[in-house]
Design a protein. Structure first.
Length: 393
């Protein structure tokens, strides 16, 4: 982001460079710089050609022809350049002093006095370098301005959000009521877990009877039909050892080898048809907690009534759920609003409003310094303005 000293130093440098390039009228400067660039390129090409000619010993005829041709082309370009300078001078695009310097440099080149030409061109070399540095300093000042403005926007948004959060009102009673409803439902879910755990510990024969009381078609896509269920019951009566197993143990038997299975049930084909044929159902049964079976839902009155009627500890919880669900939607809105506000407040807690205000004030002062203009555009006056500003910081 920068500081006052950096900005003051950069502005001082930019002002000094502007003064130096400002010797040439701003309207004429682009033409002078363009012509200077052309002349620099010409001098470089002429020197390179001359140096190549000197470095060749007994060059072949074609090489000599190419060098002579290149020299002729450069001579023509030099003549065109001289004409262009004169034309631009006539149009008022080149000052008298700079025009003389261009023409003098060209004369020296034609007289094969390259050191003198380069000495004359040094004026334009320095001008181009100064213009480059001035443009770079201006770009840096613009980058500092953009950076400060981005930071200012960021801080202003943060401060506005902090103020908005401070003004935000939440109905704490509604939020607490919804939180209590969620807590009550969690308690009832824990009771469901215990209840299903007790079911799963039952022998599979008894479990089938219990499951049959709860509209199993609503929970199991592969629930056995009446004939299949009758066949299962007959099988478990004929082979009571299977009937004494719980659902998990029964599912483990699905991986038995033919030999191991035959020790328990000689009618292995019957086992495969009657029991293994309902494999999906028994595997779902062993994972009953993960199914929708008796899943807690505050909108499902039959489920709530089941827990209230069959599990004493659930009765007061169900009664409270019925009471709390009356304003569930509006309570939920306030609860979620309170959650969002608290979360954002926690995220913004690392910012101090006082610190942000101080930082914003400093940025405004830096922007003021960055855009301050000295009416006389004299360095002394500018430095005096900078000094006064720094004292106010």
């Amino acid at each position: 982001m920068g500081n006052a000293e950096d900005i003051a130093s950069l502005k001082k440098e930019h002002l000094a460079l502007e003064k130096r390039v400002g010797k040439i009228d701003g309207r004429q400067r682009p033409t002078v710089l363009r012509l200077a660039g052309k002349l620099k390129e010409l001098i470089g090409d002429i020197e390179a050609t001359t140096q190549r000619e000197k470095s060749l010993w007994n060059p072949a005829l074609m090489t000599r022809i190419r060098i002579v041709k290149k020299g002729f082309e450069l001579s023509k370009e030099l003549g065109h350049f001289e004409e262009e300078v004169a034309a631009e001078f006539e149009r008022g695009n080149v000052p008298k002093e700079e025009g003389k310097r261009f023409i003098q440099a060209v004369k020296f080149i034609k007289l094969n006095k390259m050191p003198a030409a380069k000495n004359e061109f040094a004026y334009f070399e320095e001008l181009m370098e100064t213009d480059r540095r001035c443009a770079k300093a201006k770009e840096e000042l613009e980058e500092k301005d953009a950076s400060l403005r981005r930071e200012k926007t960021k801080i202003e948004k943060l401060m506005a959000e902090i103020s908005e959060l401070e003004r935000s009102a939440v109905d704490d009673g509604k939020a607490r009521r919804y939180a209590e409803l969620m807590g009550s439902l969690d308690k009832l879910r824990a009771i469901r877990e215990e209840y299903i755990g007790s079911l799963l510990s039952m022998p599979v024969v008894e479990l089938l009877g219990e499951i049959g009381k709860h509209s199993p078609e609503d929970y199991f896509s592969e629930f056995p039909g009446k004939e299949e269920m009758a066949g299962l019951k007959r099988f478990f009566m004929d082979y009571p050892e299977f009937g004494r197993w719980d659902a998990k143990q029964l599912c483990e038997s699905f991986g038995f080898s033919e030999k191991k299975l035959s020790h328990i049930c000689p009618e292995t084909s019957r086992f495969k048809k009657v029991v293994l044929g309902n494999r999906t159902f028994f595997e779902t049964l062993s994972a009953l907690k993960q199914t929708p079976f008796l899943a807690v839902d505050d909108k499902d009155e039959s489920i709530l009534a089941f827990y209230e009627r069959n599990i004493p500890s659930a009765k007061p919880i169900v009664e409270r759920i019925r009471e709390l669900r009356k304003e569930k939607l509006s309570d939920k809105e306030e609860y979620e609003k309170a959650s969002r506000i608290e979360k954002r407040k926690a995220e913004l807690s690392k910012y101090s409003k006082a610190d942000l205000e101080a930082e914003l004030k400093e940025i405004d002062q830096l922007l003021c310094l960055l855009h301050s203009e000295d009416s006389t555009r004299q360095e002394e006056g500018f430095l005096s303005a900078i000094g006064s500003f720094l004292k106010r910081l």
